[in-house]
Ligand binder design. Structure first.
Ligand code: AP5
Length: 209
């Protein structure tokens, strides 16, 4: 099960990837999470990525292609993987094809989560992440039972101004990735405006078809 979860910033990729990881026992590979870990560890890569991410811009293709290439070689990807936030440019899709060809694998399905811009802005500005567990919450739609217990924080790029920039970058640079996979007949659209549970159910139906 080699799949891509595709969608605009805040569409719910990370939330759904975590559900699928639980169900299928395959890893979620989030380039955003890998980059945020590099920032937290203050590595040279992290320091370079931070400026771009805080401004809502993409990190260079070479950097993320290298990160994903290394990650996909790990043993836990043998049974499959869920890519979240990658590929984000057509050049990244082409690089992914080459990486997978060398590993004798290919992308089977691309699940595209469709969500309106207004909903995206509300979701991102209300998102909180648990420092302790990495679990994703929303102050209105998916609040934690005990806020103190979860030690919540807001991502540096989750403010209204950066969200507008991220949406612009998505429409210009990332939306064309969908056409790349549509031509290969691999895209399955899901209404990402539904409840978390309904979306998970719809995705599972597609994956098990
Ligand atoms: P990344 O971390 O990938 O961010 P993103 O794509 O902008 O996506 P998000 O993590 O913001 O949202 P999501 O779709 O996972 O939504 P979530 O499930 O959290 O990238 C960050 C930055 O890193 C980029 O801007 C770029 O600089 C860099 N980067 C990363 N990958 C790169 C790449 N490949 N190339 C170059 N640069 C790269 O949900 C959002 C909120 O909504 C949560 O609060 C959640 O609780 C809530 N929610 C989710 N589903 C629902 C629902 N159905 N109903 C109500 N609320 C919901």
């Amino acid at each position: 099960m080699n799949i891509i979860l595709f969608g605009a910033p805040g569409a719910g990729k990370g939330t759904q990837a975590k559900e699928l990881t639980k169900k299928y026992g395959i890893p979620q590979i989030s380039t955003g999470d890998i980059l945020r870990e590099a920032i937290a560890n203050q590595t040279p890569l992290g320091l370079e990525a931070k400026k771009l991410m805080d401004g809502g811009n993409l990190v260079s293709d070479d950097i993320v292609n290298g990160l994903v290439g290394t990650r996909l070689k790990k043993a836990d990807c043998e049974k499959g993987f869920i890519l979240d936030g990658f590929p984000r440019t057509v050049a990244q899709s082409e690089s992914l094809d080459k990486i997978l060809e060398n590993l004798n694998k290919k992308i089977e399905k691309v699940i595209a989560l469709d969500v309106s811009d207004d909903e995206i802005i509300e979701r991102i500005t209300g998102r909180r992440v648990s420092k302790k567990t990495g679990k994703i919450y929303h102050i209105k739609y998916n609040p934690p039972i005990d806020e103190k217990e979860e030690d919540l924080e807001q991502r540096a790029d989750d403010n209204r101004e950066t969200v507008m920039k991220r949406l612009e970058v998505y429409n210009k640079q990332t939306a064309p990735v969908l056409d790349y996979y549509k031509k290969q007949g691999k895209v399955f659209n899901v209404d990402g405006g539904k409840s978390l549970e309904e979306i998970t159910k719809n995705i599972i139906e597609i994956l098990e078809k």
